[in-house]
Design a binder for this molecule. Structure first.
Ligand code: GTQ
Length: 351
C-alpha cells in the first residue's frame, strides 16, 4: 500500500491558509479514517473484577450521600478510549450502581436506553413507566429511551447492579439529555409472568396492547431454566444462547444494544465467530475464562469484561461438573440497522 503524503509535506503557509478557511486536507488522515482490511478499534479488551469494584463502591456509599449523587455509580471505563470518556466501547457504557437500604434514586427520563443486570442484594426495585420491577440477582430490567424510571430499596443490605447504556453513541449523536420528574405512582409488575411461556402470546381481544416495550423485567430464574431446558433439548448444540427480546415483535428488547443469556456446559469451550460489534461479558454464575485475541480473562462471579469488534473471542467453562451462565451485551442491533454488521468465517466448531 502506497504511503500517502503527510501534513508536514505541505508548506506552512498553505496549511495556515487552509486552517483559516476551516479546511482540512484528507490524504494525511485517509489511512487512519479507513484502515486496511479491518477497523483499528480504540476499544481495548478489558477486565473489571467485582472483588475490586465492590469495596470501592461501598466506600462511595459512605463518602457520597444519594442526594448528592442521584445515581451512585462507578463507571467501568475502557482505557483505550481514555477513562474520562466513560465508555466501554464505541456504543456501550457500563456502570456499577449502589443503592443502600431506604435510599431513593429520583425519577428521571433520558434519551439513552438503559438496562440493569442485578448483581447483589435483595429488596430493591426500579419503577419504569409506573411499573414496579423488583430486582433480584440475575434479573434484567429495561429502562427504554424516554421512559420515566427511579430506583428504591426496601431491603436491609446494599443492592448493587450493573448498568448497561447506549450512552456513548447517543452522546456522540448529540442526542443525549435528561428530564427530572417527581415520584411515580406504582402499578405492580405486569411483565413478570405475562410473557413467561415462549410461543404463547397474550392477546388483547378488545384493543391493541400498544406498548412499544411490553416486557420490562426478565427474571433470571426464567432465563436460567430456559437455558437448562435448551441444553437438555439440544444436546448437540454448542452455543446455548437466548436473546432478550421484545415478545410482541420478536425483535431485540431495545433498539441499539443487544442482550443475551448464555450457558456453557460443564467443561465446554466455545469459539465465537468474528463479528463487527463490540461485546461485553458478565459472569452470573460459575467460573469462566474469556479469551480475547491473545488476552485471557479468568472471570469470577459478577466480573465483567469487554472485547472490541472483529476480535477472536473464545469462552470456556472452568468447571467440569457445573454449567456457567453469562450475561452478554453487544452492539449488534445498531450495526444491523446501520448496515455495517459483519460476521467473518464459518460457524466455529466447539470442543
Ligand atoms: O440509573 O438512571 O449508570 O441515568 C447512568 C445514568 C444509571 C440511572 C447510570 C443513569 C442511570
Amino acid at each position: 500500500m502506497t504511503d500517502l503524503a503527510r501534513l508536514e509535506d505541505l508548506p506552512p503557509d498553505y496549511r495556515n491558509a487552509l486552517t483559516a478557511q476551516n479546511l482540512v486536507p484528507l490524504w494525511p488522515s485517509l489511512r487512519a479514517l479507513l484502515p486496511e482490511g479491518t477497523p483499528r478499534p480504540n476499544t481495548r479488551a478489558t477486565h473489571w473484577s467485582y472483588a475490586a469494584i465492590r469495596p470501592l463502591l461501598l466506600r462511595a456509599g459512605e463518602l457520597t450521600p444519594i442526594e448528592k449523587a442521584e445515581r451512585r455509580v462507578l463507571v467501568l471505563a475502557n482505557p483505550g478510549h481514555g477513562l474520562e470518556k466513560m465508555q466501554a466501547s464505541a456504543a456501550i457504557y457500563l456502570g456499577m450502581q449502589l443503592l443502600l437500604p431506604g435510599e431513593w434514586a429520583p425519577a428521571h427520563r433520558h434519551t439513552p436506553n438503559a438496562v440493569r443486570m442485578v448483581v447483589e442484594g435483595e429488596g430493591a426495585w426500579t419503577t419504569v413507566d409506573g411499573e414496579k420491577c423488583s430486582m433480584r440477582r440475575g434479573d434484567l430490567v429495561l429502562t427504554p429511551s424516554g421512559l420515566w424510571h427511579e430506583h428504591g430499596h426496601d431491603g436491609t443490605q446494599p443492592v448493587i447492579w450493573l448498568d448497561v447504556l447506549d450512552l456513548p453513541i447517543v452522546y456522540y449523536l448529540e442526542a443525549s439529555y435528561h428530564v427530572n420528574g417527581s415520584r411515580q405512582s406504582q402499578r405492580p409488575g405486569r411483565s413478570d409472568g405475562v410473557y413467561a411461556h415462549g410461543g404463547l402470546l397474550p392477546t388483547e381481544v378488545f384493543s391493541r396492547p400498544g406498548q412499544a416495550y411490553p416486557m420490562l423485567r426478565y427474571p433470571w430464574e426464567q432465563a436460567r431454566a430456559a437455558l437448562l431446558e435448551l441444553a437438555d433439548a439440544q444436546p448437540q448444540q454448542s452455543a446455548l444462547q437466548l436473546t432478550y427480546s421484545n415478545p410482541e415483535t420478536g425483535g431485540d428488547a431495545l433498539n441499539i444494544l443487544g442482550f443475551y443469556a448464555l450457558m456453557l456446559r460443564p467443561g465446554q469451550t466455545l469459539q465465537l465467530p468474528l463479528r463487527s460489534p463490540a461485546m461485553v461479558f458478565h459472569l452470573i454464575e460459575g467460573g469462566a475464562t474469556v479469551q480475547v485475541a491473545d488476552q485471557q480473562f479468568r472471570l469470577a462471579e459478577s466480573d465483567t469484561c469487554c472485547a472490541p469488534g472483529f476480535s477472536a473471542v473464545t469462552l470456556s467453562n472452568n468447571a467440569s461438573d457445573t454449567p456457567a451462565f453469562l450475561f452478554m451485551a453487544d452492539e449488534t442491533p445498531l450495526h444491523r440497522k446501520l448496515g455495517v454488521f459483519e460476521m467473518r468465517g464459518p460457524a466455529p466448531a466447539s470442543a
